[in-house]
Ligand binder design. Structure first.
Ligand SMILES: Nc1ncnc2c1ncn2[C@@H]1O[C@H](COP(=O)(O)OP(=O)(O)O)[C@@H](O)[C@H]1O
Ligand SMILES: O=C(O)C1=C[C@@H](OP(=O)(O)O)[C@@H](O)[C@H](O)C1
Ligand SMILES: [Mg+2]
Length: 178
């Protein structure tokens, strides 16, 4: 099948912390010829404050409401790397669906996620392995509501994951540009 040069829809990457939403998203956007937006980075720039500091200053419910407002304000089609908890919120899933966006769940195994995020002070929800695995398991059924579930190959770089995912999306997504 001939690949299309681009998609005519926004792509929203979801998945747990460390799944590669940010690093794969940058590469994916290049291949899809779309701008890249990282929702956390957008929030940090607007608030002039780190995500970790926003969590400690205002609490998680405040941050979740800000995620919704920030995504609502983002109207240009793009590859959007969501934060790991954003897609768990029903209003965010509804917003993506109402825009005809394509949600993609990046789904490496928990052991890989944990190795990437363990001890990272920039992720305020980083706690013990047991606590993180409990949170991961509780979110899995919601991540699986995404339109596409993508399991990156073992030992793949973000660039390779982004290129492979882009090729499949360009070929297989209905509504792609000709
Ligand atoms: N194949 C891969 N895919 C995604 N991330 C990878 C991969 N290999 C190594 N990494 C590293 O794992 C981390 C993933 O973090 P990030 O992209 O910030 O994930 P997320 O935004 O989902 O939390 C980065 O440091 C990245 O360089
Ligand atoms: O899983 C979560 O609830 C969070 C994930 C983080 O994003 P990443 O998934 O990009 O680390 C960030 O939005 C915030 O720390 C909360
Ligand atoms: Mg990220």
């Amino acid at each position: 099948m001939q690949g299309n040069p681009s998609l005519n829809k926004a792509v929203y990457l979801t998945g747990f912390m460390g799944a590669g939403k940010t690093s794969v998203g940058i590469c994916l956007a290049t291949h899809l010829a779309l701008p890249f937006v990282d929702l956390d980075a957008r929030i940090e720039a607007a608030e002039q404050c780190s995500i970790a500091s926003l969590f400690s200053a205002h609490g998680e419910p405040w941050f979740r409401a800000l995620e919704v407002r920030t995504l609502q304000a983002l109207t240009t089609p793009a590859v959007v790397a969501l934060g790991g908890g954003a897609f768990i919120q029903e209003p965010i899933r509804a917003l993506i669906a109402s825009r005809g966006g394509l949600s993609v769940f990046l789904d490496p195994p928990f052991s890989v996620l944990y190795a990437r995020i363990a001890g990272d002070p920039n992720r305020p929800l980083s706690r013990s392995r047991t606590q993180l695995e409990t949170l991961y398991q509780s979110r899995l059924p919601v991540y699986r509501l995404a339109d596409v579930v993508w399991v990156p190959g073992e030992a793949e770089t973000p660039a390779v994951t982004g290129a492979r995912l882009a090729a499949v999306l360009k070929c297989c997504v209905r509504g792609s540009a000709d």
